[in-house]
Design a protein around this ligand. Structure first.
Ligand code: ADP
Ligand code: MG
Length: 621
């Protein structure tokens, strides 16, 4: 050990930062460990990279690692790494000045007055200096990996304006940061406490973090690795087996079953990040309620766990996704607030959204069985994206599945592309109907004319469908139309016939209108009916009746909006009404036409007993 000790002053800004950090990070003081381990891991990363060109730098000690040790008697906690290390000049440059880019950004972005706003500093990477939150003295001993011999440098400071440097011998490669803990920071001498912090923050640091095994309350001489030491997502895809992914998925999600599929990607360019995103096979039991508090996507920054950032990194309609995003560029101390308005985060979110949609596309194309598992679990959630994500609307629409008049049973298996593929020449509209239930949709009289023509109609009966359909007005250049809303266009020949039929039926239409009065908006000759005598229709932009009912039931005021009653003049019931001379009997028949249409649509009759009496009068003649 040489006698010469050199004392230097910190750069003026360092003194400021030190003051700030020690006074403002107190409520999050344990982050110092995360910062020191992160630096150690960076140092290992750097050496690993350098060793590609200079393999000799790793010689003799090739297993990169981080050792955390505690000396209760000396009241010290040390973090040692055998990474890249620092020369004397580097110690001066890195620890004597504002080296951390995050800290510098912080200082630059703050005016002199609000620099002391303690809440703000937590949003930037405070790095090494956070050691002084819990330590009254910090010693850093280091030897650069490229330096020959075993001499290194010891840096020492109490964080009060000055630091000292001396040359020391017998220094192993890398860096040891030793914290002499303040009087009331004894908790960081507790090995279990430290272990739990390591596993909380650094489980997936890609290097082994070791601590000495405990024996009878005392550390033994044997090291054990306390983290999993492998950041799975950082490993090349071709080295990973499905089983690795599935195990990782389970530990991440606490799901007992396998994931349905996943996508693992590394993005390099302006911004570097890795994403590993899983689609589960089924929804956790409390899933649907989870729209507010979303969880399951972990944000790492350079393999240090930062927080669950599902809400920031994925739109709500993809909240079933589980996984990890690991950014190289975000500052380690990024806060939730910053994440919400950060342009880099926005880009990551866009990229993750695209990855998941790609994954679902691929699943749909490659494995219909798996896709239908997905659809049954999360289709209802994905539908929200039609309204929420206008930019990806077409892509999401492609992923939708419906039942239709041409599929067997209620299982949703028809895509919009399937539908378009079956459209006959001359049809330019995608027809659908929304209703309370599959049966109500399938049996709706509104479909009759289209069914008779062989036109396929999508049957929508999810609660969300009516709302979704309001946003899904077009797909692949084709308009979507509700069969129960608006006018149905007819070709020239049919149009002539319709005109004639309307003229012939004008008197009975007028009579029904008069008999029903305010109960209906209008009465018209239908273009939709073939078998049934009547149905209810809405204007193109009216809200579906079943949705109105849901809203009313949940206690909201809805302005009255009576539907239009369409009648089928060919039906015997209408003909009977036409011929009925008795006004009271005609009124019963008109009411019955309306009530039938209401029942077919799924409505509750306003006065069921009056309906029953009316029915009986008619039946008994
Ligand atoms: P940041 O990690 O954001 O750069 P820090 O304040 O944490 O900021 O660290 C400052 C610098 O000190 C690092 O950039 C690095 O160059 C150096 N440094 C800190 N710890 C180590 C270490 N264990 N090994 C090598 N260099 C280190
Ligand atoms: Mg750091």
């Amino acid at each position: 050990m040489t006698a010469a000790t050199e004392t230097r002053k910190f750069e003026a800004e360092v003194a400021q930062v030190l003051h700030l950090v020690t006074h403002s990070l107190y409520s999050h003081k344990e982050i110092f460990l995360r910062e020191l381990i992160s630096n150690a891991s960076d140092a290992c990363d750097k050496l690993r990279f350098e060793a590609i060109a200079n393999p000799s730098w790793l010689a003799g000690d090739a297993e990169l690692r981080i050792d955390v040790s505690i000396d209760k008697d000396a009241r010290t906690l040390s973090v040692h790494d055998n990474g890249i290390g620092m020369s004397r000049d580097e110690l001066v440059a890195n620890l004597g000045t504002i080296a951390s880019s995050g800290t510098r950004r912080y200082l630059e972005s703050m005016s002199a007055e609000n620099r002391s706003d303690s809440r703000l500093i937590g949003q930037f990477g405070v790095g090494f200096y956070s050691a002084f939150v819990v330590a009254d003295e910090v010693t850093v001993t280091s030897r650069g990996a490229g330096d020959n011999g075993n001499e290194g440098t010891r840096w020492h400071s109490n964080g009060k304006g000055e630091y000292s440097l001396e040359t020391v011998s017998d220094v192993p490669r890398g860096t040891t940061v030793t914290l002499h803990l303040k009087e009331d920071e004894g908790e960081f001498l507790d090995s279990w406490k430290v272990r739990s912090l390591v596993s909380r923050y650094s489980e997936h640091i890609g290097f082994p973090i070791r601590m000495l095994k405990e024996g009878e309350g005392k550390p033994t001489a044997e090291w054990e690795t306390v983290n999993s030491a492998s950041a799975l997502w950082t490993r090349p895809k071709n080295e990973l087996k499905d089983e690795d992914y599935q195990n990782f998925y389970k530990s991440l999600s606490h799901d007992f079953s396998d994931a349905l599929s996943w996508t693992h990607n590394r993005v390099e360019g302006n911004q570097n990040f890795t994403s590993l995103l899983f689609v589960p096979a089924k929804a956790p039991f409390d899933f649907m309620q989870g729209r507010e508090e979303r969880k399951g996507l972990k944000l790492y920054i350079r393999r240090v766990f930062i927080m669950d950032a599902s809400e920031q990194l994925l739109p709500a309609y993809l909240r079933f996704v589980r996984g990890v995003v690991d950014s190289d560029d975000l500052p380690l101390n990024v806060s939730r607030e910053i994440l919400q308005q950060n342009r880099q985060v926005e880009r990551i979110r866009g990229a993750c959204t695209k990855r998941v949609l790609d994954l679902l596309d691929k699943l749909a194309a490659d494995d219909a069985g798996k896709y239908s598992t997905f659809w049954n679990a999360f289709g209802g959630v994905l539908k929200e994206g039609i309204a929420e994500d206008a930019g990806n609307r077409e892509r999401i629409a492609k992923l939708l599945r419906f039942s239709s008049t041409q599929s067997d049973g209620p299982a949703p298996s028809v895509s919009l592309d399937d539908y378009i593929g079956r459209m006959p020449l001359g049809q330019d509209v995608i027809w659908y109907i929304t209703a309370d239930s599959y049966a109500a949709a399938k049996g709706s009289p509104q479909l009759e004319a289209l069914k008779a023509k062989g036109t396929e109609v999508l049957l929508m009966s999810d609660r969300i469908d009516e709302w979704m359909a309001g946003y899904l007005t077009e797909y692949s250049g084709k308009k979507l139309r509700h069969v129960g809303k608006g006018e149905i266009e007819l070709d020239a020949a049919a149009s002539e016939a319709q005109k004639a039929s309307e003229e012939a039926a004008a008197p009975v239409v007028a009579r029904i209108k008069q008999l029903l009065g305010e109960r209906v908006r209008d009465v018209k000759v239908s273009r939709r009916l073939t078998d049934s005598p009547s149905c209810l229709v809405l204007d193109e932009y009216d809200m579906a009746l079943h949705l109105r009912r849901v809203i009313k039931q949940s206690g909201h005021e809805m302005p009255e909006a009576n539907p239009t009653l369409e009648i089928n003049p060919k039906h015997a019931l209408v003909k009977r009404l036409e011929a009925e001379g008795n006004e009271a009997k005609a009124s019963d028949l008109a009411m019955l036409l309306l009530e039938q249409a209401q029942v077919a649509e799924g409505a509750q009759l306003e006065d069921p007993s009056a309906f029953v009496r009316r029915m009986n009068r008619i039946l008994l003649g």
